[in-house]
Write a protein that binds this ligand. Structure first.
Ligand code: CDP
Ligand code: MG
Length: 147
């Protein structure tokens, strides 16, 4: 089954939104397979956002993402990459559809609460950056047949 990497950014942690965001993903019927509360060092932040190097928002982005703890997760489900991108909403809070995480809670693009992988290749790359194979917990998600 498809897997994706999601990460509640430092603003989401500071605003006490870990529970709400995890709850939305659980209620959707997705399966949590790994989670880690951690702080990114500069090296990991730069590896994560490598494709954004050179953009005008890059330096502030690296400063922001390393400014406090994050909650990194792996979730599994059919079509989970596109589904979670839809639940998260567009990068710019103004463009995010009502009911999405970013529409409901974000005001500025640079404080947009959560990261979600945008493709299968990036999901695989990002999962490997944050988790070892042993940290991905393989188990039967017993409600799957009802979803
Ligand atoms: O997170 P998402 O995939 O929706 O957006 P992105 O285009 O891949 O950009 C990565 C992150 O860079 C965003 O989530 C923002 O935190 C930040 N960003 C920004 O601060 N200002 C921009 N104009 C674009 C992106
Ligand atoms: Mg992106």
């Amino acid at each position: 089954m498809e897997q994706t990497f999601l990460m509640i950014k430092p603003d989401g942690v500071q605003r006490g939104l870990i529970g709400d965001i995890v709850s939305r993903l659980e209620r959707k019927g997705l399966q949590l397979t790994a989670a880690k509360f951690m702080r990114l060092d500069r090296k990991l932040a730069e590896a994560h956002y490598a494709e954004h190097a050179g953009r005008p928002y890059y330096d502030p982005l690296i400063a922001f993402i390393t400014s406090g703890p994050v909650f990194a997760m792996v979730w599994r489900g059919d079509g989970v990459i596109a589904l979670t991108r839809a639940l998260i909403g567009k990068t710019d809070a103004l463009q995010a559809a009502p009911g999405t995480i970013r529409s409901d809670y974000a005001v500025h693009t640079n404080f947009n609460l959560i990261h979600g992988s945008d493709s299968a290749e990036n999901a695989e790359r990002e999962i490997k950056l944050y988790f070892t194979q042993e940290e991905l917990v393989d188990y039967e998600h017993t409600i799957q047949r009802w979803i």
